[in-house]
Ligand binder design. Sequence first.
Ligand code: NDP
Length: 460
Amino acid sequence: MVADSDYEYDFLVIGAGSGGVRAARMAAAAGAKVAIAEDRYLGGTCVNVGCVPKKLYAYAAHFHDSFDDAAGFGWQLSEPATFDWATLRDNKTSEIKRLNGIYQRMLESTGVKLLNARAELVDSHTIALKDTNGVSYARARKILVATGGWPWVPDFPGKEHALDSNQVFDLDTFPKRFLVLGGGYIAVEFASIFNGLGSETHLIYRGDLFLKQFDHEVREFTRTEMEKKGVNLHFNANIERIETAGTSYNVHLTTGEVLEVDAVLAATGRKANIQGLGLEALGIQLDGDGKIPVNERYETLVPSVLALGDLTAGPELTPVAIAEAMQLVDYHFKDATPPPLDYTTVPTAVFCQPNIGTVGLSEEGARQKLAKIRVYSTQFRAMKHTLSGSQERTLMKLVVDDATDVVVGAHMVGEDAGEIIQGIAIAVRAGLTKQDFDLTVGIHPTGAEEFVTLRTLTRH
Ligand code: NDP
């Protein structure tokens, strides 16, 4: 396909994160003439300051337990294990550089032109590209805004001493005492990471119990397990102010407590990354939730300007942005009408210790939506821990619609919960029944087999 004569490109993508890169590559593969503008790193939040480095750090944190667990299996370390932050941080940075290179080659090999510049919308088909050489302009039949989100930190005195989740990965020195504000994914994951790496760790959350969008039993269970591992959880508390104390910080809480720590992370959510993009001039406004409204074809109020991923409604998750990118390309560059994405069965994991994996409705959500439900829930100590001596426990839970027998929610807290729930998510998305689960033969001995052997009703 050759670009319309009026336009230099068929498709111009702003932002080379997960959604933008996938849309650019797929559109180019479908024959469109495509460019992608990015003035930061390739791969966006996920690759550079999100999923990938976070998971590498979560692996690092897990070794702590593994060293402790090994003794019961006969392994003795000749010297106590020590941890070197600089090695982890720098190895992580090298790996991300490698991934940045892969992204660049993937784009180039599909014929996408990489524009290393800051992009601003000028009109419905034109963007200005600003770099050190000045400003140039490019016109495209369709423009995709895929600039994702940016960490947001509330105002309090001493806010400037708090790190955000973009900065926490590259600390010069390892914080022996670490504090995180927030009760969402990032707060819970980083509390587990620094606790596992050996910091004295505090999590401060303004509500009664963290992870408010998750199943209540999952939240309670996670609280117990994280406390058992030594994370200090402070609920119904917020940061009032942060003061410096030499090289450390005194964090004053609204409860009156003062905690002295070496690093503070504010994990208080993210906002649409649209500053300076020029959306307002085109009449494209954020809705009440701070998202760009789009229709099912990802078109904004200005039909030639599209948006997806963290900028639009729906879970802020990399695989969601990627799925949306594929849909968008189907609509706009393949003349296809794919079935709409099912946002109700998007599985997700929180990589705290132990991990949370979940898909579908929480017990509370199911009670609101359905006339009658059945809940099958089990808690146990994994076989590995009979010898390791670890007191870590696992939670597995199925929520079933009583009228149809369909499993509408599956939840797990335990080792590899994300890996296990990914498979279970296929069954939940397919609308399989509890009987289908029961008729599936287990794999023995695994923890996952519990999902097909849950026979005792816990409650209606
Ligand atoms: P979340 O929206 O998940 O959590 C933000 C937390 O900050 C909430 O607990 C919120 O409290 C709290 N908060 C908000 N405002 C204030 C305030 N003024 N004072 C004190 N606390 C406040 O955001 P995250 O930053 O944790 O993560 C952003 C998103 O990134 C996630 O929602 C998720 O979609 C994605 N992500 C996914 C991961 C994964 O898939 N494993 C990992 C990391 C991030 P309250 O609950 O009361 O509103």
